[in-house]
Design a protein around this ligand. Structure first.
Ligand code: BG6
Length: 483
């Protein structure tokens, strides 16, 4: 039996924002729970800044919510001892040779047989440097032979800005690494209730006959944030809400809500079904799009005064297949709105031959709240308790906070990094999925850039443009007034 060698996790961009907020905290939580073992794992931070090992450890200690002046807990100290820093630029041969030397020394110290060690490169970096970094890794930092060891590369969105740039990036990375070695993160795929969608849909007899155009009137997938672009205006202004949230996070959720049952849970079977859904999406109609921009967005000095970048969008999608023809999928995302929430709202059709006038309460709805306070609830019409035969709308409610009080709901990045170590690509975006996603959005993005569609202004802290609610009503969504 082949021995598995030690694990090196290399965080490139170790002094940046993503590493600080997501990567290191996720690694720490995995360590705390015993998924990363001291006798096996070593973590390397790589970035341009000139730092010592101790400097980086101190920063990470700060990132993890402990002021450097207070003593780190015992478990945090043990975690910090696993971290070593290497400084170098992202296109420097010397830097990557040094990085390889340090990793190899660690592997030798752990007596890993050549070729058996595992190297996980996490690119917490802007995509503009992906090609050069990947070239350097390929040239200098790969395992020497293939004896059960591996090299895996984790990359973060944005994967391009449109079909062409995304395909260029994919080809560049594809020339260097096999698809099996590339892990494209969409962190929404690591969220508990997103992962639950597959179970919910295919392990419950109740939903099987209902989940189609015969019973469902419309589906909304909504992302709201109650803060603006805060400090990220420069990045955001180049991308906008469609590229930042809808083309990736919400579209991935749409795939899981709409796809057919996969042949098995094998990652390729699941991803095959997701691609089929995307291929069945018909071109977006401009009259089924509402864009918004919050007032004050352009006050950010890094945002251009004439910016037309949407910070809000509602887009109606139609899937042309046997299950979904005629059911609008309304994807809505916005910054600086009145609340922070992500949810899927499945609205059923009216009851035919209704004898209770239950329509006046609205329709049955099944809501899956991804965050905050994970929950699933079903809006039902019931008899109002009492002597009268009158009806009200009420809820069957599964709130995770109440039902699973002791459960630890892991952070998305924690789960996805663990999947990467385990080699499970189910919750990562495959190259063809990415291509079709860009095929869907590129014509719309071009129209926006050509000025054919302009954002409507909305007040920060509001529901967004009223035009979006009008569009929702136009495609069939009926507001419920339950209580
Ligand atoms: C990121 C976007 O991908 O997701 C951000 O770039 C957004 O703009 C964030 O704030 C939202 O993630 P979450 O997990 O807080 O919903």
């Amino acid at each position: 039996v082949q021995e598995v060698g030690c694990l090196s996790i290399i965080v490139l961009g170790a002094s940046g924002d993503l590493a600080k907020k997501k990567t290191f905290p996720a690694l720490f939580h995995l360590f705390k729970q015993g998924f990363l073992q001291e006798n096996d794992v070593h973590i390397f931070g790589y970035a341009r800044s000139k730092l010592s090992d101790e400097d980086l450890r101190e920063r990470i200690c700060g990132y993890l919510g402990q002021a450097a002046s207070t003593e780190p807990t015992e478990v945090l100290s043990r975690f910090l001892q696993l971290i070593q820093y290497v400084s170098g630029s992202y296109d420097s041969e010397g830097g990557f040779q040094l990085l390889n030397k340090q990793i190899s020394e660690h592997e030798i110290s752990k007596r890993s047989e050549p070729g058996t060690s595992r190297r996980l490169f996490y690119l917490a970096l802007p995509p503009s440097v992906y090609p050069s970094v990947c070239k350097m890794i390929r040239r200098y930092c790969m395992n020497q032979s293939d004896l059960g060891g591996w090299t895996r590369i984790v990359v973060e969105k944005p994967f391009g800005k449109d079909l062409k740039t995304a395909e260029d990036l994919s080809s560049q990375l594809g020339e260097l690494f096999d698809e099996k070695e590339l892990y494209r993160i969409d962190h929404y795929l690591g969220k508990e209730l997103v992962q639950n969608l597959l179970v919910l849909r295919f392990a419950n007899r109740l939903f099987l006959p209902l989940w189609n155009r015969d019973n469902i009137d419309n589906i909304q997938i909504v992302f709201r944030e109650d803060f603006g672009t805060e400090g990220r205006g420069g990045y955001f202004d180049e991308y906008g809400i469609i590229r930042d949230i809808i083309q990736n996070h919400l579209l991935q959720v749409l795939c899981l809500v709409a796809m057919e049952k996969p042949v098995s849970l094998y990652p390729e079977h699941i991803r095959d079904e997701k691609v089929k859904v995307l291929q069945s999406v018909i071109p977006i109609k401009l009259e089924e799009v509402v864009l918004g921009q919050y007032e004050g967005y352009k006050d950010d000095p890094t945002v251009s005064d004439s910016s037309n970048t949407p910070t809000f969008a509602t887009i109606v999608f139609h899937i042309y297949n046997e299950r979904w023809e005629g059911v609008p999928f309304i994807l809505k995302a916005g910054k600086a709105l009145n609340s922070r929430k992500a949810e899927i709202r499945i609205q059923f059709k009216d009851v035919p031959g209704d004898i209770f006038e239950s329509k006046r309460h609205g329709r049955n709805e099944f809501v899956i709240r991804l965050q905050p306070s994970e929950a699933m609830y079903m809006k039902l019409t019931v008899k109002k308790p009492g002597l009268e035969m009158s009806t009200i709308q009420s809820e069957l409610d599964l709130s995770y906070g109440l039902r699973y009080q002791d459960a630890n709901i892991p952070e998305a990045y924690e789960r996805l990094i663990l999947d990467t170590i385990r080699g499970d690509q189910q919750h990562f975006v495959r190259r063809d999925e990415l291509r079709v996603a860009w095929e869907i959005f590129t014509p719309l993005l071009n129209s926006i850039e050509e000025g054919k569609l302009r954002p409507v202004m909305y007040k920060p802290g509001s529901r967004g443009p009223a035009e979006a609610d009008e569009l929702l009503a136009k495609v069939g969504y009926v507001q419920t007034h339950g209580y």
